[in-house]
Ligand binder design. Structure first.
Ligand SMILES: [Fe+2]
Length: 135
């Protein structure tokens, strides 16, 4: 289970709220995958995740462009990879259901997004924005 903590706040309320929503949604998804799901449940959950992630990535990318964030390219590239992976996982879940291998892939993907993207990259963006504000 992914936990929200105030250390994850980047200081842009809109983005912070979206991060919270994404965490809640990923936890729901992990639960569905662990406990079993119906096709309609998983379809809906994956579509919602895709929607939230797309809206969030767009908002983050707009902000990075606006403030000429120096790591924009790298950050956008990561967003694309996560979006593509959501699509791949979604297709696999819908056509094969959950299985040990796929569940492992989902867990590592969620964990990777949390620790490599949210904690590392998004926090770096937050730090950059905070420094801009102090100028
Ligand atoms: Fe991001």
């Amino acid at each position: 289970m992914l936990k929200w903590s105030d250390e994850l706040i980047i200081g842009v309320p809109n983005l912070d709220n979206q991060h919270k929503k994404i965490l809640t949604h990923l936890n729901k998804l992990l639960k569905l995958v662990d406990l079993g799901f119906s096709l309609s449940d998983i379809k809906l959950a994956m579509e919602r995740l895709e929607d939230i992630v797309n809206v969030h990535n767009d908002a983050e990318e707009r902000l990075m462009k606006k403030y000429r964030y120096p790591y924009l390219k790298q950050h956008v590239k990561e967003h694309r990879i996560y979006s593509d992976n959501i699509k791949i996982i979604s297709k696999a879940l819908i056509s094969h259901g959950s299985n040990i291998k796929l569940n492992g892939t989902i867990r590592s993907q969620v964990e990777d997004w949390y620790s490599s993207h949210l904690v590392a990259h998004d926090m770096k963006l937050g730090e950059f924005l905070r420094k801009l504000n102090q100028k």
